[in-house]
Design a protein around this ligand. Sequence first.
Ligand code: PNW
Length: 495
Amino acid sequence: AVDALPPNLLALPDGFAFGAATAAYQIEGAASEGGRGPSIWDAFSHEKGKTHDGDSGDVADDHYHRYPEDIDLLAKAGIKHYRLSISWSRLMPDGRTLNDEGVAFYSALLDLLVEKNIEPRVTLYHWDLPQALEDEYNGWLSPSIVEDFAAYAEKCFELFGHHVKTWTTFNEPLTFVGGGYGTGVMAPGRCSDRSRCIAGDSETEPLLAAHNVLLAHAHAASRFRARFSKGYSIDMVNCGWMAWPLRDGSVDDMNAASSFMEAQWAWFLDPLVRGDYPPSLKARAPALPQFTIEEQTLLKGSVDMLGVNYYTSRYVAAADAVYPAASVGDAAGIPALNGEYHLATTRSLSEGDPRIGVVGGSPWLYVAPDGLTDVLLWLQDRYHLPMAVTENGCDQPSGEDERDDVWRIDYLRSHIDGVATAIQRGADVQAYYAWSLLDNFEWADGYSKRFGLVFVDYNTLTRTPKRSFAWYARLIHAHASSSLLLVDDVAPGRD
Ligand code: PNW
């Protein structure tokens, strides 16, 4: 039964899209080839002590040269949807000037996907800002970034819009502003702690960077909509945990969990859907910048759907709770969260069984498939928009077999089942993308963590599909063919 399919698989509707996801800096390599300019992740990963073993994306999976092989893997497995990102500094090495070789690379890649009948979903920004713009005006901290990003986005729409209908402006601003400006563990590595970071203010800079990200999204989306209409969609991919109140029946913990959800998800989604930050965040983050009325109008309704990245969940208790299993949370470096809550991964010291399960290969990744169901229902209830799970996946605890990865199969099965449950309860979820197609450069953790469905040998760059890859292919086939069977069942005029 280690290869069993999710029991609720057929609750996922006909046409539900199954895909796999990657990001440019994590897989492409060829960092100084094809006219590519440096990004903030090149600078950060080359700085001493910033990544595991000094790993960088210089070579990564060498996808830049091996993309036909990788697309072939998707095609052979029957994976018809692929989420990828464009490297801004490959397309525009200085952030503004178009690089013909970059255009040629993404054109060839997208042509091949379309030829193989694989639908691309493209992210414009998966954390790799051109270093030139960091040098010129401190990147996301400056309002100048808004026009530069919108111009980059518009160029991508113009160049690739005939092949790509579904676009994402940003991947996980929560993660990159928290890591980049709060804790400093991600590029550009700014924070208040001068023993680790060169410059920065962890209290205010994440809020400012996020503000400019939101405005950049709004301007890009308005240009998108001036160009495309029916069949096209633009979104932002957000991430976060499900926050459950730690103590059953504690009103304080219910309030803490609810404002924690708002500080993670609604920080970005309230502006994009409703036009302004959530009141609970305004109250607890006095340094939060304000939008003008014109900006609010531009922001409101600027996403057609929600991209949802989900990996894990937490119990949350009020900050004044004295509770042995909880620690004061360093919540991803987000100032409005730090020190304000207790976060816990188990309830086992209180009554009631622990809902958050075992930990994966990364110390933050506790397995909690119910959290995915609850996040989707929370988002459905608050925003009433179609959704796609744009990332979900895991690395395995050490000791697990990396190729015979039954632990990962178990994770994926329970989470896909969690999506099906959310749909049964009313969530409008249309797609699911496994993170990731390939083992790849896992940011500060370098190559020490493997999230792929396909194993990559970093000495030879050989790809070997894992057991989970074959399992996922079988799942996709089973879902598609039972949909066909159902259609056949009701088709008139057949004997
Ligand atoms: C995502 N969390 O980051 C990113 O989009 C990917 O690029 C990355 O490789 C993947 O997840 C695995 O880490 C996350 O704390 C970082 O819950 C942190 C969390 C979730 C996602």
